[in-house]
Every structure is written in structure tokens, then in C-alpha cells.
Ligand binder design. Structure first.
Ligand code: OAD
Length: 241
């Protein structure tokens, strides 16, 4: 597939995919690195619908711990640079994140799609409504909408469940002229397949920013390896010339 040459000035629609690496310098653990979350907890114990059915208290406490951590971390230079890009760029910028933290919003981004859900929300298994949630959620928590209990689960996409807003994401990927992937190992689909979809359409430039080459690094036209907190502000500077 021949890729059209784009210049910085010609970009109008940017999609930025982010993963745990963008929040690493804020002190939020990644999943698959040494000491990562999946080394400390088994996916089958805390991140599947079966785990929640078997031991809801354990699953709730895993997400309560991660929700509580949000109060002690803040956006880093990469989040802030992406917030600035959205404000100053003469075109559209959408952040599609696999992260369930709220650091993109706190870094100034307002168009953020949380494809794997959000720690600051819970969902009712009875009335299906989604609610903003601060503090702990337990099996004793009552649904603010239908008042059932136990009823609430973390508004998180678990393994075996469909990520949120896939139709909207696919439309954005098809329309973008610049696709940037930041801080993701490229090992979880469907996000890991976004770069192939973009390249198959053939009109967008693709850039990977990651600490090290990801599993999908060879699919990107351009790769930049190092810390997101250093590399993303530089990239944003280039895009705002
Ligand atoms: P991973 O933990 O798989 O990968 C994080 C990536 O970030 C690695 O490739 C690191 O090299 C890179 N990284 C670490 N620190 C960085 C830094 N300061 N700057 C730039 N890159 C850095 O996390 P994800 O790819 O986000 O899903 O994982 C994808 C999904 O798998 C998650 O959303 C989660 C997990 O299971 C669910 O829970 C459904």
C-alpha cells in the first residue's frame, strides 16, 4: 500500500491512542512490565465477568484501590501536551484511551474516548444506568437510580467483554490523517489492530511513541522510543508550528 505524503500543516484529523505507558510517569502502574498490575493480580481473579460473579468483593476492592489512587496522582507532561494540542490545533484531536484513569481530562483533553471504561464510574446491573462514583463501591452500595442492592459493578471493560464506542472509534480511524500511539504494548486487541486498519486505508501518517518498540512497532511508519513525558511535548511542539 502506498502511503500519501502528509505535511504537518495538512493534518486535520488526529487520533491519539494511549495506553498505560502515558500514565507511568504519573505513578500509575502499567500492566505487563516488571512489577506491573498483572504481575501482582491474576487477570482471572479481578478482570473478568466470571471473577465478579465468583468473588465480587475481591473485584470491587481491586477497583476501589485503583479509584482511590487517582487522588494521589496527577497528569504528567504528556497528558498536558495532549490537552494543549487539542486546544491549539487547527483541526480535530481525539484521544482514544485504553486507560481507566482520568488523567487525560485533568491534563486538559476534553474529547476522550475511554474504550476500556472509567474508574470514576459504576454501572447498575438492573437499570443499566451509568453513574459517576467517588470513593469505595461495595456489594452494600445501593444503585442511585433504581435503589437495588447489590447492583453496582465498576464501569470497566473486562476480558471477554466488548470495548466501548467501537463504531465511533472505527469512523475516527477511517477519517484520520495522523494516528499516534503512545505508551501501549500493542498486545491487547482491538486497540492493537488500530494501526493496521489506519494503514490499510492508506491516507494517514502513523507514529508510535513508546518506551521501547511495542509488539506492533513494525506497522508504524515512524517510531520514537523513550519516555512519553519527554517525547510527547516535543511531538506536540512539531504539530503546533
Ligand atoms: P501495558 O502494560 O501492556 O504496556 C505499557 C507500555 O507502555 C509498555 O510497552 C511500556 O514499554 C510502555 N511504557 C512504560 N512507561 C512508559 C513511559 N514513561 N513512556 C512511554 N511508554 C512507556 O499496557 P497497555 O498497552 O495499556 O486492559 O495495556 C492494554 C490493556 O491491557 C489495558 O487497557 C488493560 C490491560 O489488560 C484491560 O484491563 C481490559
Amino acid at each position: 500500500m502506498c502511503q500519501k505524503e502528509n505535511t504537518v500543516a495538512s493534518y486535520k484529523n488526529i487520533v491519539v491512542l494511549t495506553g498505560a505507558g502515558v500514565s507511568a510517569e504519573s505513578g500509575v502502574a502499567t500492566f505487563r512490565e516488571n512489577g506491573g498490575l498483572w504481575e501482582q493480580h491474576r487477570v482471572e481473579d479481578v478482570a473478568t465477568p466470571e471473577a465478579f460473579a465468583r468473588d465480587p468483593d475481591m473485584v470491587q476492592s481491586f477497583y476501589n484501590m485503583r479509584r482511590a489512587q487517582l487522588a494521589s496522582v496527577g497528569p504528567n507532561a504528556a497528558h498536558s501536551a495532549l490537552g494543549l494540542l487539542e486546544k491549539k490545533f487547527d483541526g480535530h484531536v481525539t484521544v482514544v484511551t485504553q486507560n481507566v484513569d482520568n488523567l487525560h481530562e485533568r491534563g486538559g483533553s476534553s474529547t476522550v474516548i475511554h474504550m476500556h471504561g472509567e474508574l470514576t464510574k459504576v454501572r447498575c446491573s438492573y437499570c443499566r444506568n451509568v453513574f459517576e462514583w467517588q470513593g469505595d463501591c461495595t456489594q452494600a452500595s445501593r444503585c442511585p437510580g433504581c435503589f437495588n442492592q447489590p447492583a453496582l459493578r465498576p464501569h470497566i471493560v473486562w476480558f471477554g467483554e466488548m470495548p466501548f464506542e467501537m463504531d465511533r472509534i472505527e469512523s475516527l480511524l477511517r477519517a484520520c490523517d495522523l494516528f499516534i500511539s503512545i505508551g501501549t504494548s500493542g498486545s491487547v486487541y482491538p486497540a492493537a489492530g488500530f494501526v493496521s486498519l489506519v494503514r490499510s486505508i492508506g491516507h494517514a501518517h502513523t507514529i508510535e511513541v513508546n518506551l521501547e518498540p511495542s509488539d506492533g512497532a513494525s506497522y508504524f511508519a515512524e517510531t520514537r522510543h523513550g519516555k512519553a513525558g519527554s517525547l510527547v511535548p516535543l511531538l506536540v511542539d512539531e504539530l503546533l508550528v
